[in-house]
Write a protein that binds this ligand. Structure first.
Ligand code: GDP
Ligand code: IMO
Ligand code: MG
Length: 428
């Protein structure tokens, strides 16, 4: 296996950072293909915790190449803050260790302003974005007025594009959204500084990743967000603005599908979601609160409480199909220890029928009633388990049901946030 994908199987925060770090030990290159610093990936090694937003989770190893693909929207300020934060933790980010695509889009100050003002204008129909300017930046990409990293590298091109954008954005911000005008000179000067700091990292990512794979190197593609936050396949409009699913890799890096062999779906042993939108198995009761507290379910990027609910196998089956999963890595099964009974959704009752897929229309989804199977829980703490045999019988039954329902085998079980709290139980 020379190239494989790590993809979120639910609504994000499944433990992609932890699993990428774990699997990166055996890889040469780790590549982000979409999203931006809306992501918050936690990696724990020894007694240190690292919170990554834009920089791939392979960065804690020496001698591995980390790549920010063309499919990302890059906030240079956030990138440099993250580099400085990592330096403070003893991790030096050099151009040998990180490259940034010249085709990636640049997040500008007006994108963040627009993100906030549009959310305000949506009122009670707000999406609950992370406020990082992600949606407005992708909007500009598809509107074809975005500023790319390569534009930033050319002072004059950047000046012209920025001028055009500032004029349009200021008109919209002040006249439609009742916001404050942005100053061209300040932004221009600031971004010229960013450009010089960024320059040594800028490369053609498609060429480099292709060459690495051809040279027999192992490449790991690290997804951000999750299947149901995908702009096409998620719970639209309560989604992010990129293709979070496996399909995003080809366009977000610039390689063909025949270069990729495997896709590991990272699935939390229960379900969480941050921000607004439908969530059929949500628990608005003391069990939901119990899971939130025990699982420390608070956002890495915004600090918001994550909504918690039972595991939904309809979601995992959908992800298996859409992402072409070859295996699952199940995380946070340790959190469930201590529950007397654990429920799992195995279908939706919809218009007197039973369905096992996600309807496109949110109005239809609202009519779906989860059908549950109930499992006996387990009391034993399992954070110290290091092999499948050490897991309680009831935990094994729970894991088996995931495999049966989705038709996809579990390759990895994670029993804690640290690198070594992980067991390989099959092939990825
Ligand atoms: P990501 O966005 O998918 O990388 O996930 P986050 O980092 O946002 O959230 C996952 C949280 O769960 C982080 O705090 C991880 O350190 C933690 N975590 C990951 N795997 C496990 C696990 O198996 N058990 C426990 N208890 N925590 C885990
Ligand atoms: P990781 O990679 C969980 C959610 C936001 C909001 C919606 C749109 O850590 O799993 P955006 O700012 O992207 O326009 O917000 O998407 N969201 C995430 N939820 N994990 C994430 O990333 C997320 N990134 C965005 O909460 O509901
Ligand atoms: Mg996260």
């Amino acid at each position: 296996m020379s190239a494989f994908i790590v993809v979120g199987a639910q609504w994000g925060d499944e433990g992609k950072g932890k699993m990428t770090d774990y699997l990166a030990e055996d890889a040469d290159v780790v590549v982000r293909y979409q999203g931006g610093n809306n992501a918050g990936h936690t990696v724990e090694v020894g007694d240190k915790q690292y919170k990554l937003h834009l920089i791939p989770s392979g960065v804690l190893y020496e001698n591995k190449l980390n790549v920010i693909g063309n499919g990302l929207v890059v906030d240079p300020k956030a990138l440099f803050e993250e580099m400085d934060y990592l330096k403070g933790l003893g991790v030096d980010i050099t151009p040998e260790k990180l490259i940034v695509s010249d085709r990636a889009q640049v997040i500008m100050p007006y994108h963040k302003v627009l993100d906030a003002l549009k959310e305000k204008a949506r009122g009670k129909n707000d999406i609950g974005t992370t406020g990082k300017g992600i949606g407005p930046s992708y909007t500009d990409k598809f509107e074809r007025c975005g500023i790319r990293v390569c534009d930033l590298m050319h002072k004059d091109v950047f000046k012209t594009k920025l001028m055009e954008n500032i004029e349009m954005k200021n008109a919209y911000i002040t006249k439609v959204l009742d916001g404050e005008e942005l100053n061209f000179d300040e932004i221009y000067a600031q971004y010229l500084d960013y450009a010089e700091r960024l320059r040594p990292f800028v490369k053609d990512v498609s060429v480099r990743v292709y060459d690495e794979i051809k040279a027999g190197k192992k490449v790991l593609f690290e997804g951000a967000q999750g299947m149901l936050l995908d702009i096409d396949h998620g719970t639209y409009p309560y989604v992010t603005s990129s293709n979070t699913t496996s399909g995003g890799v080809c366009s977000g890096v610039g390689i063909g599908p025949n270069m990729i062999q495997n896709a590991v779906g990272i699935a939390k042993a229960y379900t969480t979601r941050v921000g607004k939108g439908p969530f059929p198995t949500e628990l608005n009761d003391e069990t939901g609160e119990w899971i939130r507290t025990k699982g420390h379910e608070y956002g890495v990027t915004t600090g918001r409480s994550r909504r918690c609910g039972w595991l939904d196998l309809v979601i995992l089956k959908t992800t298996a199909r859409v992402c072409g999963l070859t295996s699952f890595a199940v995380t946070k099964i340790d959190t469930l220890a201590g529950l007397e009974k654990i429920k799992v959704c195995v279908g939706y009752k919809f218009n007197n029928e039973v369905i096992d897929y996600f309807p496109a229309s949110l109005e239809d989804l609202a009519l779906c009633e989860p059908i549950y199977e109930e499992f006996e829980g387990w009391e034993e703490k399992i954070e110290d388990a290091r092999s499948y045999d050490e897991l309680p019988e009831n935990a094994k039954k729970y894991l088996k049901r995931i495999e049966e329902f989705t038709g996809v085998k579990i390759a990895i079980v994670s029993v804690g946030p640290k690198r070594d709290q992980t067991m390989m139980v099959g092939e990825i």
